[in-house]
Design a protein around this ligand. Structure first.
Ligand SMILES: NC(=O)c1ccc[n+]([C@@H]2O[C@H](COP(=O)([O-])OP(=O)(O)OC[C@H]3O[C@@H](n4cnc5c(N)ncnc54)[C@H](OP(=O)(O)O)[C@@H]3O)[C@@H](O)[C@H]2O)c1
Length: 305
């Protein structure tokens, strides 16, 4: 049985990858940070030597955008140096390395969606560290696939962020009855279940290079929040605000929509529209409830990457 290793197996994407694993004649090896600390180079070498995975999927990242800005060393240790080491160790045991990356490698200044050929130009520490990690995978790994996605939501929630945007909106909406959300950052929200299924399809087709995988369509975080409450049946007032009004010094790409060009041209299938995916997600986590108006009207900030 050929071993397939998922790193970050208890994360939002990692847990859906494990749930959707369907390969015959292969066995899934799931590793959480407790099993494998990616920054520990010796441990990575030992684990790969023991498991000798045919495929490695690396979902691990330090991806809290504000925290990355405050701790540049950690951001680069996890998202870049550890990835460089993983690429070298993957070569040593002959593994095909699938590395997950982000829309935040782009500056978001484009008027049109970014395809796989667009040049990265990150505007913050998180994006820079992920772009640097990509660089090492591209240049060191003999067999690799980089999958960029955006605005993830999954049933497990984001372990690195203590919940995803949808969960945060539902919690704040229920608590306060009103939320304020940025309307000047546009993205393609993506359900990790759909992303996981597409990643396995790409692995089965032995794709290489960079592939963008997001649910179809785009919206601002404000529009995303409107849909969350609409589809979940919660009556919550959503107020649009600007990024500038949030008083953060961390730059974020204003328009980080990814076009799934390679999926289309390679005949690899397509992703469903994000509102459909959001509806399925809300059903899967039992968040479709009919709720009456809530009493308090307190402004809160909402958006995360
Ligand atoms: N979330 C988003 O909106 C988003 C958008 C675009 C791209 N991405 C990318 O998608 C990938 C998956 O994101 P996600 O939302 O599924 O993340 P997640 O839920 O936070 O999962 C990340 C996993 O990586 C593990 N991990 C973190 N640091 C590690 C380390 N040093 N060594 C070993 N394991 C470590 C975490 O373990 P612990 O729980 O123990 O920390 C967790 O299981 C990341 O590469 C991220 O950059 C995410």
């Amino acid at each position: 049985m050929k071993p397939v290793l998922v790193i970050g197996a208890n994360g939002q994407l990692g847990s859906d990858l494990c749930r959707e694993f369907r390969f015959e004649e292969s066995r899934l090896v799931q590793m959480t940070r407790a099993d494998l600390e990616l920054r520990d180079h010796d441990q990575v070498a030992r684990v790969l030597e023991t498991v000798r995975p045919q495929v490695i999927i690396n979902t691990a990242a330090f991806h809290r955008v504000e925290a990355c800005e405050a701790d540049v060393e950690q951001a680069f240790a996890v998202n870049c140096i550890a990835v460089r080491n993983l690429a070298l160790e993957a070569n040593r045991v002959g593994s095909y390395l699938v590395h997950i990356s982000t829309d935040y490698v782009f500056d978001g200044e484009s008027a049109t969606a970014y395809d796989e050929e667009a040049a990265p130009n990150p505007v913050n520490v998180y994006g820079s560290s992920k772009a640097a990690g990509e660089f090492f995978v591209r240049n060191l790994s003999r067999r690799h696939l980089i999958v960029r996605s955006s605005g993830l939501f999954g049933v497990a929630g984001s372990s690195g962020k203590g919940g995803n945007f949808v969960q945060t909106m539902l919690r704040l909406g229920r608590q306060n009855g009103v939320v304020s959300v940025v309307s000047d950052q546009v993205l393609s929200p993506t359900y990790t279940l759909d992303l996981a299924q597409m990643i396995w399809r790409l692995v089965a087709a032995e794709q290489h290079g960079v592939v963008h995988v997001t649910n179809r369509g785009s919206c601002s975080w404000y529009e995303f929040a409107l849909s969350i409450f609409d589809l979940s049946g919660l009556r919550v007032e959503v107020r649009p605000i600007t990024t500038a009004s949030m008083g953060t010094s961390v730059r974020r790409p204003p328009y980080s929509v990814l076009t799934n060009r390679r999926l289309a041209t390679g005949g690899l299938g397509s992703m469903r529209p994000w509102p459909e995916a959001l509806d399925s997600y809300l059903q899967a986590c039992g968040a479709k409830v009919a709720a009456g108006p809530t009493p308090e009207h307190v402004g809160v900030k909402g958006a995360e990457n």
